[in-house]
Design a protein around this ligand. Structure first.
Ligand SMILES: [Zn+2]
Length: 400
């Protein structure tokens, strides 16, 4: 394929460097060729597409999704009652919605193995309109524990090791463990740990032996301490949810920072649920926890925690086409700058995934490119005003 050149008022490469004013990006055969200032392009600027007052940035990485989940008010009922075939079709549609909204990679944090690994393969082969997929497949959970309906139930040190091996054998890119219970699953306890510290250490050790890292779902405080001690790569939610309510533990967060663990707050789910319930005039279930969670995330930010953004797409009222909200909330509620917030869904997310060839715009990287109207570094809301969505050099949205 011929070289394609894009020009825009600003290019944010996702590395954390300042935006290039009046810049260009060139790509060829699905890879970035080069990036720089328009003035340096010379005669090569002929035939370029000039996007004008726009921001070019890496395609977004949604770090927390559940491809088969319905996003309805009855996510649990749908997960328990829908047939395998319905789940597969929903996953295809969710993947499509994701890519068309500007997300060029999803990290799926819990979906039936056969479905998510098939979607990953179909996306790779261009059979469906879908982002690149980085998937855990089925989650490690305790018997009857959080999300057992797409989980491997395991209850002892031997069983957790076997579960890691089973998942890697099935094709997992990383291992997801439900270290505490969760709100979605009846008869699980969100404030209590599902695994001992020794089990968590075994999960991380055996994953590392196989070249995989661990993402750990943590609502309860004990699960955060266990995850930090074991050295997981990412902590999902990190709620410090205790029987008395939301608490905060600076020493655990000091451990997170010291070990370079990333936190994926998934703030949007509660916000959406709250809006829905306030509008319907029913009890605002998330309201009592909200202030505590926001204060905690501000303290984590002040402590130097590296966030990554994921929206828990598929959970209550949370669409695959609305990832941008979670980036916006980091600015509006937690106080990140727009650039810092965008990094949580680009370069910093790629860093959390490991040694990957996407997430930043640099020579040789995968040509996953987003262009939006306006200046997303001033107003992060601009991320919704899509001009171009390009995945591996192929254009899926073109509204220029
Ligand atoms: Zn989740």
């Amino acid at each position: 394929m011929a070289i394609q050149t894009l020009l825009a008022a600003r290019i944010f490469d996702g590395s954390g460097a300042d935006a290039i004013e009046d810049g260009f990006v060139r790509f060829e055969d699905g890879r970035i060729r080069d990036i720089g200032r328009r003035a340096d392009l010379g005669s090569a600027a002929a035939g370029a597409r000039d996007l004008g007052d726009a921001t070019i940035l890496p395609g977004l990485i949604n770090m927390h999704t559940h491809l088969t989940c319905s996003g309805s008010m009855d996510v649990l009922g749908d997960a328990l009652n829908d047939s395998y075939e319905v789940k597969m079709m929903r996953a295809v549609e969710n993947a499509r919605a994701s890519l068309l909204s500007g997300v060029t990679t999803i990290r799926d944090c819990g979906t039936l193995n056969d479905i998510v690994f098939s979607i990953r393969e179909a996306s790779k082969r261009g059979l469906i309109t879908a982002p690149h997929v980085w998937a855990s497949g089925e989650v490690l959970t305790s018997t009857g524990g959080h999300c057992w309906f797409f989980g491997v139930e395991c209850d002892s040190n031997d069983e957790v090791r076997r579960a890691v091996r089973r998942q890697v054998k099935a094709g997992a890119d990383f291992v997801k463990v439900m270290s505490s219970g969760g709100g979605l699953t009846p008869n699980s306890n969100p404030t209590a740990s599902q695994f001992t510290r020794e089990d968590m250490i075994a999960i991380v050790e055996d994953s590392a032996r196989l070249g995989r890292y661990v993402a750990s779902h943590c609502h309860g405080t004990g699960s955060v301490y266990n995850s930090v001690a074991a050295g997981v790569r990412t902590i999902e939610h990190c709620s410090f949810w205790e029987p008395s309510g939301i608490n905060y533990h600076q020493d655990a967060i000091d451990g997170v920072v010291e070990k370079g663990i990333y936190i994926c707050p998934t703030l949007g789910v509660g916000e959406r649920l709250r809006q829905e319930q306030l509008a319907a005039g029913v009890t605002d279930a998330y309201g009592p926890m909200r202030t505590g969670r926001i204060d905690n995330l501000r303290r984590m930010h002040a402590s130097g925690v590296k966030f990554v953004s994921g929206n828990d797409a598929g959970m209550v009222k949370t669409g695959f086409d609305d990832f941008q909200l979670d980036i916006e909330l980091l600015v509006e509620l937690i106080g990140l700058s727009p650039a810092e917030a965008i990094l949580t869904a680009t370069g910093q997310a790629a860093e959390a995934l490991g040694n990957v060839d996407f997430g930043v715009l640099a020579p040789g990287k995968r040509a996953d490119i987003l262009a939006v109207r306006g200046n997303a570094l001033h107003d992060v809301g601009a991320l919704r005003d899509l001009l171009l969505v390009i995945k591996s050099g192929q254009t899926f949205v073109d509204r220029v």
